[in-house]
Design a protein around this ligand. Structure first.
Ligand code: PLP
Length: 380
């Protein structure tokens, strides 16, 4: 089987597995003061330091959560609560549902920050919105902008957007779930106030994540209980999950150079698909993750492709795999202005730390075979 769905979940890295097994054997609560508890605390704080250093941040600014969704929920829910909803959320049109829905249910008004045909936020429109901002009417502007889109791999100009929002007295929530372990991250250079991370996109386990919070940024908890994680996220930490997260963050930071090499193989695969089948590649003119390719051939429906690829032993996904099971029109591609008949034919391949050149070749071959078979059927 060729696994080409890393943006859904990356296979567990051996370093993460080892760290998790060791953490499972500790068998104590990191909040307990006795020796086993202190041992568990050491595991927790080691992981915190590893994750923090993978974004060039400080460990004390990091709060562990149950994943990316919860980290985003804490950021959005927590800032709206602290500001007593005296804010307006400017939500980019290509956010993952974790951000879009948490913004929608936050109790604060929302407005859309549009993207261009390459899937990047329209900075001019953002600037205009900020220039016209009426603080009495709208409260503080809070931009909700992801760093990397899960469907297209397109990288957003977050630092530029954050500078503009900060100058207008606003705050920035950034979903960096797809960025960790894939691009070099420096949270200070990004200039955001909240940065959400998830372990399983970087070779760690599912069910572990973190929110980095700029020191002094307004935030109230959304979960109450025993006061863990500086009272910002009560509940006993998932020690094994967090240990795996730390090890995966460290390993993926070490392997960033290898990850960036995936783009050569990806580009060759896309060139072949374009030459032999005329596929359209979404977001190809924008800065993109090295591992991701989202492409379509009009008339060849995504569900059919995903099934044909599965039968050929290649795991890919259609649209956003995080909300998969349901095949729906992609909000992201629609926001980029892709016509329906093309968007419903888009599939995403995403590779990672275990992928080889052969995986890309075989993926292209399997796809072209399915494409030609379908064309034969159509013409028969
Ligand atoms: N944000 C993005 C961009 C994602 O791709 C995902 C994927 O699941 C999430 C948030 C949610 O993260 P998690 O699965 O850790 O809750």
């Amino acid at each position: 089987m060729i696994y080409a769905d890393y943006n859904a979940t990356a296979p567990l890295r051996p370093e993460a597995r080892d760290a998790m097994m060791a953490a499972l054997d500790v068998g104590a609560n990191p909040s307990s003061v006795h020796a086993p508890g202190r041992k568990a605390r050491k595991v927790l704080e080691t992981a915190r330091a590893q994750v923090a250093s993978s974004i060039r941040g400080l460990p004390q600014d990091l709060v562990f959560t149950s994943g990316g969704t919860e980290a985003i929920s804490l950021a959005i829910g927590g800032v709206v609560k602290q500001l007593e909803a005296k804010c307006t959320l400017l939500v980019s049109a290509i956010e993952h549902e974790a951000a879009a829905k948490n913004a929608g249910y936050s109790g604060a008004p929302t407005r859309t920050a549009y993207v261009d045909a390459n899937g990047q936020i329209d900075l001019e429109q953002l600037q205009k919105t900020l220039d016209d901002w009426d603080e009495d009417a709208f409260g503080k502007p809070v931009l909700v902008l992801m760093l990397v889109n899960n469907e297209t791999g397109v990288i957003q100009p977050v630092a530029d957007a954050a500078t503009r929002v900060r100058a207008a007295g606003g705050l920035v929530v950034c979903d960096a779930v797809q960025a960790l372990g894939k691009i070099d991250l420096n949270v200070s250079l990004l200039g955001v106030d909240y940065l959400a991370l998830s372990a399983h996109k970087a070779g760690g386990p599912q069910g572990a994540g973190a929110l980095w919070i700029r020191s002094g940024a307004p935030l109230k908890p959304v979960i109450y209980g025993g006061g863990q994680e500086r009272s910002l996220r009560s509940g006993t930490e998932n020690l094994a999950g967090v240990a795996g997260f730390g090890a995966a963050a460290e390993a993926s930071l070490r392997d960033l150079g290898l990850f960036s090499k995936l783009s050569g193989w990806r580009d060759a695969m896309e060139a072949r698909l374009k030459a032999e089948a005329g596929v359209v590649v979404f977001g190809e003119s924008a800065p993109r993750l090295a591992n991701t390719s989202n492409f379509a051939s009009s008339g060849f429906r995504a569900e059919t492709q995903v099934m044909a690829m599965d039968l050929a032993g290649v795991a890919v996904s259609s649209g956003s795999a995080c909300s998969s099971g349901k095949v729906r029109r992609s909000v992201v591609l629609a926001a980029m202005g892709a016509p329906d008949n093309l968007a419903e034919c888009a599939i995403r391949t995403s590779f990672g730390w275990k992928s080889t050149a052969k995986d890309f070749d075989k993926t292209a071959e399997a796809w072209l075979k399915a494409f030609h078979r379908r064309n034969l059927k159509e013409t028969a």
